[in-house]
Design a protein around this ligand. Structure first.
Ligand code: 5RP
Length: 261
């Protein structure tokens, strides 16, 4: 049996946040499942919750990778087209600033993640506390664009960045084993190394006006609850709308002891 001490510190932190997040999932809910390593811990916690409490939910995965995990853990899935709206979505993030704006897309699933978030009544973001930053931009901003004319779209992005006063930035095509990475929708991703994003809403709007750009990784005003974990099991729960932060503790060893999966 796994013990929590066998995990890396970062995974202990992600797991602690994930454990609290799944408490918000109730019987009969339609649930969006995020993508990435923190979301993977959340899916493991959810599978154990379903087993322990006998609840029934329908899940909408945000990527092929997450769909595979859900299948592995016997979580019933459906499509967004089938259910149209979701009660709750739990997803990870690459960065979250003090206004609860996010950079997402490190796992290349930003397009589905944004559509799923927009269809959700409540979006819960789970992360290790290192992801909570003063301002966005240390993490490169992913931009998803269609393959056709992507070099021209990139030049339009350069013009926008120059117009908005960004300097010394870099734009990198995301690669996968020496080939341009393709998202689940068959699109490319450009990673914008900006260092610091000053006006996330403005940048997001401008980027999405570029022909060929499908979506960018700035998630503005979409986080309803931020749950941050620490390696020792301490978890802080941020409620942006009430400007409230509360603290909880998760006994990771006890949790593992009770896990079936
Ligand atoms: C995937 C995402 C992820 O939520 C983000 O990259 C965080 O991943 P991780 O939990 O592995 O750090 O946006 O597109």
């Amino acid at each position: 049996m796994i013990k929590s001490v066998d995990l890396k510190d970062i995974d202990r932190a992600k797991l602690a946040a994930a454990a609290i997040a799944v408490e918000y999932i109730k019987d009969g809910m339609n649930v969006g499942l995020g993508t990435g390593s923190t979301a993977a811990w959340m899916i493991k916690c959810l599978a154990n919750k379903i087993y322990k409490e006998g609840i029934s939910i329908k899940a909408v995965p945000t990527s092929n990778q997450t769909a595979k995990l859900a299948l592995e853990y016997q979580i019933q899935t459906t499509t967004l087209d089938e259910v149209k709206f979701l009660d709750i979505t739990i997803d990870g993030t690459d960065e979250c600033d003090k206004n609860y704006n996010l950079i997402k897309g490190g796992g290349a699933a930003l397009l589905h993640e944004k559509i799923v978030a927009a269809a959700s009544n409540k979006v819960i973001i789970v992360a290790d506390q290192m992801k909570y930053v003063d301002s966005l931009g240390s993490f490169p901003l992913p931009v998803e664009l269609i393959k056709f004319g992507s070099s021209s779209s990139k030049e339009c992005i350069v013009s926008i960045l120059n117009k908005l006063g960004y300097k010394n930035y870099q734009i990198n095509q995301r690669m996968n084993n020496n080939f341009a990475l393709k998202t689940d929708e068959g699109n490319f991703i450009l990673d914008l190394e900006l260092t610091k994003i000053l006006e996330p809403l403005l940048l997001s709007r401008e980027l999405n006006l570029v022909p060929g750009v499908v979506e960018n990784g700035l998630f503005i005003n979409s986080c309803d609850l931020l749950i941050l974990g620490e390696k020792g099991g301490k978890v802080s729960v941020h409620e942006p709308s009430r400007n409230m932060v509360s603290s909880r503790n998760v006994d990771l060893d006890q949790m593992f002891h009770e896990f079936k999966y």
